[in-house]
Design a protein around this ligand. Structure first.
Ligand code: PGA
Length: 252
């Protein structure tokens, strides 16, 4: 049985004080939730303070991005090594905002997956089609290309440190959610693809999260689907009152 994981992607929001206040609220509200992995992804500037605030709790810390080198002359960048040093256990890679705004392509994302997993951290690899691609009937082709290219050279053993997030681009921050049925269809396709690439055991073990306008009122339907193993939540992760009920709906 795959354990559910619910992650809050705080994007470019929250000062250090605001981030610590939110995580302190989450610690209280989620104290009795032991059957769901809960992860928060603050901005880089708040990672150290949030790491300290969640020390000794089951909450996990994620970075929203990284640069795929260990150390060196890469002005403005942060490596998985440094993220691990500050307390991160997860790194989000290939988010659609990075693909779109920063022109990140699959080969670069592949380097990030390799760098993150080489450091022993979990890569949360985001994939998803645009509305144009969906309307043109290309959803599965796009997902297959993103998965195959982003996971090139990753062994079945390393896949233990990979989590997939299916995030249809048209559902991110738009208030439009994929229906539970549309999401399940994409997740089933992704798991089948992973089975072909890495075998039954890896495909059965890997967690595939759904992301895109997940809210308290649609989380239950999404999280009860057979191949949906959690959620990557943006807007609704910025307040404990919104995020907590989503996490609680991930309980088995
Ligand atoms: P959203 O963002 O929940 O605000 O749609 C999800 C994401 O970008 O990960």
């Amino acid at each position: 049985m795959r354990r559910k994981l619910v992650a809050g992607n705080w994007k470019m929001h929250k000062t250090v004080a605001e981030a610590v206040a939110l995580v302190n609220e989450l610690k209280k509200e989620l104290a009795d939730v032991t059957d769901v992995d809960v992860v928060v992804a603050p901005v880089f500037t708040a990672l150290a303070a949030v790491a300290k605030a969640i020390d000794g709790t089951p909450l996990g810390l994620a970075a929203q991005n990284c640069y795929p080198e260990v150390t060196g002359a890469f002005t403005g960048e942060v490596s998985p090594t440094l993220l691990k040093d500050v307390g991160c256990r997860y790194v989000i890679v290939g988010h659609s905002e990075r693909r779109r705004i920063f022109q990140e392509a699959d080969d670069f994302i592949n380097r990030k997956v390799r760098a993150v997993t080489a450091e022993g951290l979990q890569a949360i690899l985001c994939v998803g089609e645009t509305l144009e691609e969906r309307d043109a009937g290309k959803t599965f082709d796009i997902l297959a290309a993103q998965i195959e290219n982003s996971l090139r050279g990753i062994s079945a053993a390393t896949m233990e440190r990979v989590i997939i997030a299916y995030e249809p681009v048209w559902a991110i921050g738009t208030g439009k959610t994929a229906t539970a049925c549309q999401a399940q269809e994409a997740h089933r396709f992704l798991r089948e693809l992973l089975r072909k690439m890495h075998g039954v055991a890896t495909a059965a073990a890997i967690r595939i999260l759904y992301g895109g306008s997940v809210k308290a009122d649609n989380a239950a339907a999404l999280l009860s689907q057979e191949d949906i193993d959690g959620a990557l939540v943006g807007g609704a992760s910025l307040m404990a009152a919104d995020f907590t009920p989503i996490v609680k709906q991930g309980r088995n």
